[in-house]
Design a protein around this ligand. Structure first.
Ligand code: UDP
Ligand code: MG
Length: 324
C-alpha cells in the first residue's frame, strides 16, 4: 500500500527541510509506504534545488515543476494527477498541517472505511483578527447561498482514496475552488478538528486582497444566487415605483403642484443607476468565468518532473518530459 504525500510549494526553500524531516519522523507509525510528491508551483527561490537535493538522497521523493506560478489549486490538481499512491494526502509545506495526524487519518480510511478524511481548524489563533472576521463572514454567506456545503475552517489538508482523487480530477474545470470541488464530489467523509498552527518558516502567500478575490471566485463558482438577487431586487423596485406613482397621482389631484421634489428624483436616478451597474458587474463576473472556461486552457504546464517508475511509464507525453 502506497500513501502519496502531495505538497504544493511556492517559494518554500526554508520550510521544505523541516517538512521532510517531520513527515519522516512519523512515517514508521504509518501502516503504508510513503511517497513524497512535491509540486513546485513556479517558485522564484531555490525551492526546486532543495527538492532535487532530496531526490538524490531519497528515492521516495518525486516532483513536478511548473513553467510558472499557476496557484495552489493547479498544484493540487497536478499532485493528484501525478501521484502513484493508493491513498493520497494533501499537505502544506509550512507544517501548518500537522503530520502527527497522519496515522489517525489513515486508520479512519483503512479501518472505518471512510473515503476521505478532512481537517478543519477550530481556532484561528495567530491570524489577524480582521482576516478571521471576513473569513467567518464568507463561510456564513456561501453556505447560505450555495447548495454545496463548504465547511468553515476546512483546510486543504485531507487524505483520500484513489477513487476520490479520480473523482476530483474528473471535475476538469479551469476555475478551480478545491473546497467546493471536494464538497461537490461527495463520498463518505470524516472530519478531524485541530487547533491552528503557525507556519514554521517563510511567509504566507495570501494577501488580504488575494483572499478577497479567492472568496469571490468561490461564490461565483458555487452559487448563482447573486444572479437571482438582481431579478428579486428589480421586481421589488418596480413594486415600490408603482406605489409611488399612485401616491404622486393622488397628491397631485388633492394638492396640485406636480413639479415639487426634483432633489429626491435626482437621488433616485443615481441610486438606480448604481444598482444597475452593480448587477451588470455581477453578470460580468459570471460571463468572464464562462469565457475563461470556454478557452479550455490546460490547468498547469510542466517544465520538468521526476516521478516514480510506474508513473513515468504512463506520462501524457508532449509538453511533459521526464528529466533528471
Ligand atoms: N502555494 C502554492 N502556490 C501558490 C501559493 C501557495 O503552491 O501560489 C502553497 C504554499 O507553498 C504552501 C501552501 O500552498 O505549501 C499554503 O500556502 P500558505 O501557507 O501561503 O497559505 P496559508 O497557510 O497562509 O493559508
Ligand atoms: Mg500556511
Amino acid at each position: 500500500m502506497l500513501l502519496s504525500v502531495i505538497v504544493p510549494c511556492y517559494n518554500e526553500q526554508e520550510s521544505i527541510p523541516y517538512f521532510y524531516s517531520a513527515v519522516n519522523e512519523i512515517a514508521p507509525q504509518l501502516k503504508a509506504e510513503i511517497e513524497f510528491l512535491f509540486v513546485d508551483d513556479g517558485s522564484a527561490d531555490d525551492t526546486l534545488k532543495v527538492i532535487k537535493e532530496l531526490t538524490r538522497k531519497d528515492e521516495r521523493v518525486h516532483y513536478v515543476s511548473f513553467s510558472r506560478n499557476f496557484g495552489k489549486e493547479a498544484a493540487i490538481y497536478a499532485g493528484l494527477e501525478n501521484a502513484a499512491g493508493d491513498y493520497l494526502v494533501l499537505m502544506d509545506a509550512d507544517l501548518q498541517d500537522p503530520p502527527t495526524l497522519l496515522p489517525q487519518m489513515l486508520s479512519y480510511i483503512w479501518e472505518d472505511r471512510y473515503d476521505c478524511v478532512g481537517t478543519r481548524r477550530v481556532t484561528r489563533k495567530g491570524e489577524p483578527p480582521i482576516r478571521s472576521f471576513f473569513a467567518r463572514g464568507f463561510y456564513r454567506l456561501i453556505n447560505r447561498i450555495s447548495k454545496t456545503e463548504i465547511v468553515d475552517g476546512a483546510r486543504d489538508f485531507q487524505m483520500m482514496t484513489r477513487q476520490v482523487a479520480d473523482a476530483v480530477l474528473s471535475v476538469g474545470e479551469y476555475n478551480r475552488f478545491s473546497k467546493g470541488i471536494f464538497g461537490w464530489v461527495g463520498f463518505r467523509k470524516k472530519w478531524i478538528e485541530y487547533e491552528n498552527v503557525e507556519r514554521v518558516a517563510g511567509e504566507t502567500k495570501w494577501s488580504f486582497w488575494g483572499l478577497f478575490v479567492y472568496a469571490l471566485d468561490g461564490i461565483i463558482a458555487y452559487s448563482t444566487t447573486p444572479l437571482v438577487l438582481s431579478s428579486v431586487i428589480g421586481l421589488l423596485l418596480c413594486l415600490i415605483a408603482f406605489l409611488f406613482i399612485i401616491v404622486i397621482i393622488v397628491r397631485t389631484l388633492v394638492f396640485g403642484d406636480p413639479t415639487q421634489g426634483w432633489p429626491s428624483l435626482a437621488c433616485i436616478i443615481i441610486l438606480l443607476a448604481g444598482l444597475q451597474l452593480f448587477f451588470i458587474g455581477i453578470l460580468g463576473q459570471y460571463l468572464a468565468k464562462a469565457y475563461l472556461e470556454t478557452k479550455r486552457r490546460p490547468i498547469y504546464l510542466t517544465r520538468e518532473k521526476h516521478l516514480g517508475k510506474d508513473k513515468t511509464l504512463d506520462t501524457d507525453g508532449g509538453v511533459n518530459e521526464n528529466t533528471e
